[in-house]
Design a protein around this ligand. Structure first.
Ligand code: ZN
Length: 275
């Protein structure tokens, strides 16, 4: 089916009253595992390149991987830049070929975030690309740093800017080891009441699967970013492989076992979107 736009996948999720998963990719092998899971469950997926991955691999190489996998897949794939922290990185991603970017101005005061988001929205229009922005702040590890999203700011931004998706902070936190986040459903309802823009939850690993479904069925959440569950699994399975077999050295042999574990988990997550 090949590469599609973020808007296309989110529209489809809205029609089916479900959500899509933004898989946080860290290498070739996990990207292959995610696409394999998508094909086996007949699901569209988003392959995301976050700041950590970009430090480790040039963005051009990352895009080529996503493009190759997307073009050859028989399901819809969106290559997405996650947490583009400034205009330059967003422009670079668009120049390379990304059809979907997230501009992250969440550390800025609202007015500044709005101003920057506006500039980047204009930029994405030139490339016919999709844009996700963030309001409020979704912290890392520590939920005490979170700044909840203000419905008033959501109204102001989405009335002026027809962005493709809006990341919100409603009790979700990045890098969670347990899916025990407590979601502020009253706040989420208020946000959903003032905008039709599909909502995005970063820190999806911290959200209980039943909450994920509830948030999409009744509160307009159409995308969950999921990375930590896979990072944890990657490290744990790798340790197990080495523990079981001290004569295993070949990268390809090691990765085969890892791929199986990652794609099995990805299939389970994708199947959960159809509950
Ligand atoms: Zn994030």
């Amino acid at each position: 089916m090949s590469i599609t736009s973020l808007k296309n996948l989110l529209d489809e999720a809205r029609r089916n009253n479900t959500y899509v998963i933004g898989f946080v990719v860290q290498g070739w092998e996990d990207a292959c595992s995610f696409v394999e899971a998508a094909q086996e469950t007949d699901s569209g997926i988003i392959l995301q390149s976050g700041p950590g991955f970009r430090k480790n691999m040039p963005l051009e190489v990352i895009y080529s991987m996503f493009e190759k996998l997307g073009k050859e897949a028989n399901v819809k794939v969106v290559p997405h830049l996650d947490h583009g922290e400034n205009y330059e990185i967003c422009k670079k991603a668009l120049d390379i070929g990304f059809t979907s970017i997230m501009y992250d101005g969440s550390k800025l005061p609202f007015e500044k975030n709005l101003e920057q988001s506006f500039k980047i929205y204009e930029l994405t229009q030139k490339y016919n690309a999709c844009l996700e922005v963030e309001l409020g702040y979704v912290g890392y590890n520590d939920s005490s740093k979170n700044k909840m999203t203000s419905p008033e700011e959501v109204k102001l931004l989405t009335q002026q800017l027809p962005v493709t998706a809006l990341a919100v902070s409603v009790g979700n936190t990045h890098l969670q080891n347990k899916n025990s986040a407590i979601i502020d459903y009253d706040l989420l309802a208020k946000i959903n009441n003032v905008t039709n823009t599909p909502l995005v939850i970063h820190g999806g690993s911290g959200i209980n699967p039943l909450d994920r479904m509830k948030m999409s069925k009744n509160y307009g959440v159409r995308k969950f970013n999921i990375g930590t569950e896979f990072r944890k699994m990657f490290g744990a399975v790798l340790r197990e492989i080495f523990f079981k077999n001290d004569q295993i050295f070949d990268r390809f042999e090691i990765m085969k076992e890892l791929n199986f574990a990652l794609s099995t988990k990805a299939k389970k997550l994708l199947n959960d979107t159809n509950l």
